[in-house]
Design a protein around this ligand. Structure first.
Ligand SMILES: [Ca+2]
Length: 77
């Protein structure tokens, strides 16, 4: 059983790993998001467009680390 802190740490590591593929590691494109879910073996269970909309709060078509972690924190409540 992981603590919420550990889960957040792992999520951030996951984000940076995938966000670094074609960028500077601070934001994730939809393609990178897709690759991330693929690596987690959950892509088939996810509506990528809905997920992107949910994560991308400022609508720039990139998911920043801040946007990513804010969703994780909401889910931990
Ligand atoms: Ca954004």
């Amino acid at each position: 059983m992981q603590s919420p802190q550990d889960q957040k740490k792992h999520a951030i590591e996951l984000f940076i790993k995938h966000a670094s593929k074609d960028g500077d590691g601070t934001s994730m494109t939809k393609d990178e998001l897709r690759e991330m879910f693929k690596s987690l073996h959950v892509l088939n269970h996810i509506d990528l467009d809905a997920m992107m909309k949910c994560l991308d709060k400022d609508g720039d078509n990139l998911v920043s680390l801040e946007e990513f972690t804010s969703v994780i924190e909401v889910q931990k409540k």
